[in-house]
Design a protein around this ligand. Structure first.
Ligand code: NCD
Length: 533
């Protein structure tokens, strides 16, 4: 099967399958044992050992641990390590990310480690570099490692967090009970846990944060879909009173730099609810460990420094593990190790092809002269035209009306004759109907657009008073390739305010939302269109 890790990007934790991650942890364990035993021969088996292998760090946001552990990991490999000095790069002259990174990959750089405020940047660069590599006949397409993108994900931190949990579980994947404490709203390390913790079989997650800093719903939903048992508490105090306490506590720092004025004003109060205190000590479970991605705030650490010299301290070992995990990640992506892996490989878009979401209804057997009697309510029967029926069935009339306006606008049929109608069925449910008399020729792309803006509808095409064709629409697995789509997250690489001209793409989630393919933000199918005045 070859080396499945070779050249792969890690843009979100799900880019590696669960089995691939378990294999990764096994390798980290081997490496760490060899380091501790001073076993140079084993260590050499992990080494890239190529002074021309280019590893490039691009940190557009501050970092100590991630940047330095990657730099030292790259040095372990005897590879070429470079760093873009962002404060003096042409990004400040308005150069696009695509141009910047493509250029650097042209200078024999194979792995990029990227930290940025822009969410989904690595996913975009990974796509963008494919064409550049081909155009310029480069020998390899570069890989991109997300070293933290805004509030979105931090997959390499996730790997080292999980590895440290595993060490404390004697490398046993069968169960995990963890409390996530702190700024769960802004913290990307805890967001990566929604998919990351799937490597464990039975997962219980306790979320401890005041409402202002609570975990966004989409991540809570994802955790539940992934089969985790999730509970929420607004303070450590409240959590301890629940009586059922985790043996692993993962603290995070209030991310003041990402907060608005309103929350900042309350920072002392918020901090108090997520800061550990001496008086809590007797209420901890035996064998409890504390973890933290770090940094801690020097004046207001959520894990106070008096705990440093106690058995609770796992956060220091966690940070040290960061370098071992990053050595293994580079080794895998460079194809130095990984040949012996034979488990499932993560193929991101596998489930999304071949699904039919525009289904033509078979009209044979219907009476040849069947009129469009259903559509004559309130308007004249239509001789030629289109009727879109069953719009927003079950919603209230004003929601249906608003959505019919959006449908007309998105389909470009708001200038035509005809009208909109709301009817109420025998079951008491309202539904919307759009009538458009006239000559309409709908292409396959128009039908795709219709399914995207009006799923669960029927489209009737009427010619000479007869329904000539009827289609039922379902939620498309992916919505893309329309230039009026827009992710609502301003920090997303695909948002127009980023000025990078990245076309939007949305992927249906198992609970019927559309996640942005770049930043992962959940939307309803109504929310993904550029606002129309
Ligand atoms: C975290 C980050 O940057 O997301 N730090 C890290 O990578 N070790 C957490 C933080 O900044 O609080």
């Amino acid at each position: 099967m070859g080396n499945v890790f070779y050249g792969r990007s890690l843009t979100v934790i799900e880019d590696f399958s669960i089995e691939e991650r378990r294999y990764f942890f096994k390798k980290v364990h081997e490496l760490k044992s060899a380091v501790l035993a001073g076993d140079e021969k084993t260590l050499d088996r992990f080494r890239i050992n190529d002074p021309d292998f280019g590893i490039y760090e691009v940190f557009l946001e501050d970092s100590t641990r991630t940047k330095e552990s990657f730099r030292n990991a790259a040095k372990f490999h005897h590879a070429k390590v470079s760093e873009l000095l962002c404060s003096s790069s042409s990004i400040n002259k308005g150069e696009s990310y695509a141009d910047t990174f493509n250029m650097l990959s042209g200078y024999s750089n194979t792995i990029f480690i990227v930290r940025s405020k822009v969410e989904g940047l690595c996913r975009y660069l990974d796509e963008e570099s494919r064409a550049y590599t081909q155009r310029n006949g480069l020998p390899v397409k570069p890989a991109f490692i997300n070293a933290g993108d805004g509030k979105h994900e931090h997959p390499t931190q996730e790997l080292l967090d999980e590895y440290t949990f595993l060490e404390d579980n004697n490398m046993d994947f069968s169960s995990l009970h963890v409390a996530l404490v702190g700024d769960l709203y802004h913290g990307r390390t805890v967001h990566s846990k929604a998919d990351g913790l799937k490597v464990f079989d039975n997962v219980r997650v306790d979320l401890i944060a005041p409402p202002e800093l609570s975990m966004p719903d989409s991540y809570v939903e994802k955790m539940k879909e992934n089969g985790f048992t999730v509970r929420s508490f607004s303070s450590i105090e409240e959590y301890l009173s629940s009586g059922d306490i985790a043996d692993k506590w993962y603290f995070t720092r209030p991310q003041l730099e990402r907060m608005g004025e309103r929350i900042l004003q309350k920072q002392a109060e918020l901090r108090a609810s997520i800061t550990f205190r001496q008086e809590f000590m007797p209420r901890l479970k035996e064998g409890t460990k504390f973890y933290h991605p770090l940094p801690r705030h020097k004046e207001h650490p959520t894990i106070p420094t008096f705990l440093d010299n106690t058995p609770l301290n796992a956060w220091e070992r966690q940070a040290i593990n960061g370098m071992y995990c990053r050595i293994i990640l580079l080794s895998l992506i460079a194809g130095r190790i990984g040949e012996d892996y034979d488990g499932p490989v993560r193929k991101p878009d596998e489930s999304l092809t071949g699904e039919e979401y525009i289904v033509e209804v078979d009209l044979t057997g219907r009476k040849a002269d069947e009129k469009v009697k259903n559509y004559s309510e309130g308007v004249h029967p239509i001789d030629n035209g289109i009727v879109i029926d069953h719009i927003c069935k079950g919603e209230n009339p004003s929601q249906i009306r608003a959505h019919m306006r959006l449908i007309s606008s998105v389909l470009g049929i708001d200038e035509g004759r005809g009208g909109e109608w709301i009817s109420r069925g025998a079951d008491g449910n309202y539904k919307g109907i759009i009538f458009r008399p006239g000559d309409y020729e709908l292409s396959r792309k128009d039908l795709k657009r219709l399914a995207a803006i009006a799923p669960h509808c029927t489209l009737n095409i009427i010619k000479n008073g007869k329904v000539m064709a009827k289609f039922r629409t379902h939620m498309p697995p992916r919505i893309y390739n329309f230039d009026d789509l827009c992710c609502t997250n301003e920090a997303c690489i695909s948002h127009p305010s980023q000025g990078e001209s990245v076309p939007s793409m949305f992927i249906r989630t198992s609970d019927g939302h559309y996640a942005c393919a770049y930043c992962g933000k959940f939307h309803s199918y109504k929310e993904i269109w550029k606002s129309r005045g």
